[in-house]
Design a protein around this ligand. Structure first.
Ligand code: FES
Ligand SMILES: [Fe+2]
Length: 419
């Protein structure tokens, strides 16, 4: 049985006009999840598919995922990147299963329809039948049966794609400040991938994006961050939110070398802790500013992080309302010296599935999932820093404003709320 209109428009059940309350069913409801796939993952939004140096030569491809669909990021004969839906135009078969590969043309394993690297249909077996019998109708037009081509933008090596060609250019999509911070890392130096990690986490995909937009927990949950001064809520830093959507944001801050304040409230603060190898938390400045942590969320599903010298992308792949996959891509630059690469790899131990910091998040997200699954009628409270989504006037990080901003935009997309 299908839901009624009122049920399909569940924002009526959001407890407040503002987003200081989030009903927990948004993390568990299957219809809501299907609607997210259509509206957000296949709608006019950008999704990260890869680094262009992952496909250096004509014919190289990488299989990536957007929502529940797989796509192929391919280097074409003209040197451009194309992103094609990995889905045969004949009867819907997934064309490639390999995560990476090289091919001059894309051939479906089922009936061997063959496409070029831009997705155009080039060959159909038995098109004219056998000895004049069978075959496709005379007016069968190969041009009408190519692969679905996604819109692509390559920001100095970071490749984004969208199923919906009406998506605005990245600069407009992100707004000036967020675009600036994306290009602070993707700054024109050729990017080199250093490695990947993947993990599955029980919980709705939005919980992960909330977690990254939440400096509140970072100062309280993570023993490692606060005890070694890598991040504390009292440190010098700013919260930046884009004006158009209020759903992309950056926390940029400088490592705290002085005394910590507010430590009475930070039960995880352990000033006596030390490491046998302190190189793990020793950084070498490398950009023309003081920023030691930049954490950027790009709506809907990407995180770009500089944690000292560790550079990484985290990309969220939803797998139903109660599970997601997190794909980590660690990178540096092709002209890095060996010591710099080692430093990046060493510091990468802070993050990832077993990272000294990230492991806390994985654990607590699974607790979130358990609590939410059992109580979908309850409501989350988001009032730190007020009830609106505007960034704090002094840019401080003591706020849940970016999470409220995410949900204001989310409601507009999902249910047509107007500002
Ligand atoms: S499904 Fe791909 S060729 Fe038939
Ligand atoms: Fe965290």
């Amino acid at each position: 049985m299908h839901a009624t209109d009122t049920e399909l428009n569940p924002h009526k059940k959001w407890p407040r006009e503002d987003c200081s309350r989030v009903p927990l069913w948004v993390y568990t409801d299957k219809d809501n999840y299907r609607s997210e796939l259509e509206r957000i993952f296949y709608g006019p939004f950008w999704h990260f598919v890869g680094i262009d140096t992952e496909v250096p030569n004509t014919g190289d491809f990488k299989r990536a995922t957007i929502g529940e669909r797989t796509v192929l990021m391919t280097r074409t004969e003209t040197g451009e990147i194309s992103v094609l839906q990995n889905n045969c135009a004949h009867r819907g078969v997934e064309l490639c299963q390999a995560k990476f590969g090289h091919q001059k043309e894309i051939m479906c394993p089922y009936h061997q329809w063959t496409y070029d690297l831009k997705g155009e249909l080039m060959g159909v077996p038995f098109r004219r039948g056998i000895k004049g019998k069978g075959g496709f109708p005379a007016d069968f037009d190969m041009k009408e049966h190519g692969l679905r081509v996604l819109k692509v933008e390559n920001i100095n090596g970071a490749v984004f794609a969208s199923f919906d060609h009406s998506v605005p250019p990245m600069e407009e999509y992100l707004g000036d400040e967020n675009y600036f911070y994306l290009k602070r890392i993707f700054n024109g130096r050729k990017v080199k991938v250093l490695g990947y990690q993947r993990q599955r986490i029980k919980g709705d995909w939005k919980l992960y994006m909330e977690n990254i937009k939440d400096p509140y927990h970072a100062s309280l949950l993570h023993v490692f961050l606060i005890s070694f001064g890598l991040y504390r809520i009292d440190q010098k830093g700013v919260t930046i939110t884009d004006e158009r959507t209020r759903s992309h944001n950056v926390f940029a801050s400088v490592r705290n070398t002085g005394e910590a304040t507010g430590t009475m409230e930070m039960k995880s603060y352990r000033p006596d802790y030390t490491l046998n190898d302190m190189r793990l938390v020793k950084a070498a400045p490398e950009y023309n500013d003081e920023i030691t942590i930049q954490i950027q969320t790009i709506f809907p599903d990407l995180v770009l992080q500089q944690q000292d010298n560790s550079l990484q992308l985290r990309y969220v792949i939803p797998m139903g309302p109660n599970e997601f996959e997190l794909l980590w891509t660690y990178f540096g630059y092709e002209d890095d010296d060996e010591e710099t690469t080692m430093r990046r790899l060493r510091q990468a131990n802070l993050t990832g599935p077993s990272g000294f910091v990230s492991v806390d998040d994985t654990e607590v997200l699974e607790y979130s999932c358990a609590g939410i699954q059992a109580n979908p009628g309850n409501t989350a409270v988001l009032e730190l820093g007020g009830r609106g989504a505007a960034p704090p006037e002094d840019g401080n990080m003591v706020t849940e404003g970016p999470i409220r901003g995410f949900y204001e935009y989310y409601r507009t997309i999902m249910y047509g709320d107007q500002d």
